[in-house]
Design a protein around this ligand. Sequence first.
Ligand code: AGP
Length: 598
Amino acid sequence: MCGIIGAVADSAIKPVLEGLSRLEYRGYDSSGISILADNEIKTRKVQGKLNQLKRLLLEQPLEGKCCIGHTRWATHGKATVSNAHPHQCGRVAVVHNGIIENYLHLKEKLLQWGHHFNSSTDSEVIPHLINHYLSQHLSEEDAIAKAILQLKGSYALGVLIDGDSNNLYAIKQGSPLVISQGVNGAYLASDAMALGPDSSKIYYPKDNELIKLTSHGIKLCNPSANRKIHYVNNSYCSKIVSKGEHSSFMEKEIFEQVDLLNSLSVDRHASDYSTINFNDFNKITIIACGSSYYAASVAKFWFEKYANILVEVDIASEYRYRSPVMTHKELAIFVSQSGETADTLAALKYAKANKVQTLALVNVANSSIAREAHFTFEIYAGPEIGVASTKAFTCQLAIFYKMCLEAAQQRAFIKFDELKQLQQNFLQLPYLIEKILQRCTEIKLLAIKLSRYSNILFIGRGIQTPIAHEGALKLKEISYIHAEAYAAGELKHGPIALLDEQMPVVVIAPKDSLTDKLLSNIQEVQARNAPLFIIGDASIRDYINLKEDEFFELPPAPESIQPIITVIPMQLLALYCAQTLGKNVDQPRNLAKSVTVE
Ligand code: AGP
């Protein structure tokens, strides 16, 4: 999603371009920079990727000490040069992350005042408003403050003003923003990961705090006694994330899962989960988007089965727009890899405002969601760069499993021996995942055959149903093959009408208490001549005759941990289908890693 970066430094263009490169993983379709040079704002923008912007800058170089840059993920208006940021009006250039909801009203007003617009974006009203107030002889700070008062929606802004000195301003409302003071300069960015090695200390501004970045340092405009800049360590500083020998970050992240599960297996962080008294709650609501939502859906099965606690799972973008029944005996868990997903953050604020206890489960320690919740647990997956979530999903599941065992222990719902067995089961994960990864070429065979189809159904039963959804999501995200998932028992209530030779069905069929029921569903598929692809237990082959490019044998595994195992072939299937079709696995079209707008 849109990324912003700004720097006040000698040769400020260098850290800005480097920052834009670090933001590439978030997904974008145009990019641009503006710089203050010779008392004039100069801008270069391109439709497309950063290497095109760099090429343009080689042809038309820029130099200066105050620079802003942007990668745009189109919302209002197509991915064109004129819609790319920065947007400029007179003395003001702005990069914006977020959505200005009342921009049409503001644009109408500005048009009446004689302004002309060059783009169809919501963002362009911002420099126009600031410039309007500057022309009324307001100071830079007052002009920005007055313009901000008019905006409804969410924003993180970098504002460059052509004035007496080289000044850059930053302000946010509901969108992520970080500020940093380094040895060689002052910086702003929408993501701590965008900042370079000069940014070991960062500050997370509060909503509507106007900050001025100058060559003499960073200052809060209108500070008061209880508002000061408090820097924290930037855990991403100097961490160079590379894909090593892998063909993509996604591939690397899939193969990292063995080590990650190993490091989570030890009793590490176990005491964190005991800070929650699960006897205080009679209900858990888990709220998330996308893959994080499917991880939450798996957790529901575990919490209900082993801790006997009622769990509701909600899609974050829907939660606050219905009338959820909330009680003071409820724990609301918000799951987010990035910790910045706008819908999840808004749902968290909504639950908090309704006096519900909130817990964040995040991968990014200092993210907005982590900072907002009453309790925060990390999933320790390390930076995830591939847009398709893989290792973060399995780490979310692993942490949920551990939380659930803590809840089961506290609520004394299962016997001590069973609890011990569940703990033992968890320790088998790295070995079992490794066994699957070692046979990844077998999954490649299935992927080559599957990638010839345009539509694919995924089915599973019970706790495997969310894994079927995750498999379908993964596949459509990066291969663009249309895929849908169903609880296998639902097939005959509608989707079975779709089945024919052109509609393959991928079945997740580990050995569990529902295998016999699933076998009946598999027969229903076979009877309609739909091509079958099974990721399943060896025993399935006794009933159904499948070729080696139609069946992947799962290693035998205890039922409680099976979702963390069956998702691995789903990830590999998606990866190899996308590779077979020659798609960009890490940065699929239209998608963003961190969805910071509603
Ligand atoms: C996963 O492959 C997706 N890219 C997407 O569904 C993602 O899980 C969703 O946007 C939620 O992101 P979050 O976990 O960072 O909140």
